[in-house]
Design a protein around this ligand. Sequence first.
Ligand code: FE2
Length: 385
Amino acid sequence: MKPLAEHKTRLILEEGCLDKKGELLLSLGERALILTGKNGAVRSGALADAIAALSANDQTFRIFDKISENPTTEVCREAAKEALNARADFILAIGGGSVMDAGKLVALLAATGEESGIDGFTDDLLYSADLSEAACLPIAVVGTTAGTGSEVTNIAVLTRNDGTKKGISAPCLYPAIAFADTRYTESMSPLTTCSTGLDALCHLLESYFSEEFDPRAEAICLEGISLAVGNLLHLQESEAYAKRSEFRKKMHKASLLGGYAIDLCRTAFPHMAGYALTEKTGLPHGLATALFLPVHLALAEEFMPERAQKMEKECGFSCQDISKLADSLVLSWLFVGDWHLSEDLLHGEEGRYETAANRKRTPSVPDAEELLDLAKERLSLVLSS
Ligand SMILES: [Fe+2]
């Protein structure tokens, strides 16, 4: 088991935290490179609050706002060069999981200290290197969604030059400080609210029903599952429920608990299977992942019956209850967007299923062929419904 002391993120879950605790940023240096996407940081009010905190600290900053959903390693290289030009001491990532994950890679690349070092950190090197001793610029994050959990993990999932998504992790990638103000999540669209909520649910369930389950994650998962499922059941009944602050607070907490869970247990089959759909169609990560959650839960029920019974006893929901909920929410959005979903999206996935560590965490560790067949069957069933 990993020593818990390895967890270095100082999480501040409090309304107005940037205003009240913004001086903590002083410990990270004098100059920040702020990373954002196009809209979320501004719309949520988080960027304005972060700038006010930096200004109150007499810290300077430059803004790089080109991080999009499913960010590429290439845009991270561009941002890392911007960090060098700005002589940034630290990275301040403001946004959802995409921006936070990009912030982690930017911090790693910028720590090379030279543009040639950034270019030299090719995808091949990045994904094969032993990063256990790697150094990063310090990272602070301000989340604007409730789902990723990236605030408290040392994981960054990026899209590589070949178009595939894959995660890296390293001890240095833990954000030093995570400002978690639930008010920033209130500006999420209904689609993002649902998709990110499902992402959090998957993090919790993939961790709880993992072949590499870490017992320290048990209480975290059970509390998170209760919160996430209870909330998503309300969301299923009425989209208006998401406007309530009670919903936002609970989903935000569930999302952070999901982050702690995957920090200990990592993700499993649904995340691995969902990547292909996101890469090839742009289907939002949470929807793509949750589409495969019922397969994971069916395997869990069969091969981890004691853990499934414990969840039902403690949380009041069975694997089948949760599968039905996930199905209903995924289907409510799946055919709304212009995602061009088709059954052949899983063609050519054999290599990923063979090599990804996610398969080894899936209940009963099915072989790659068997798991890919289950995924194809599932996709076909959903598309015909
Ligand atoms: Fe995820």
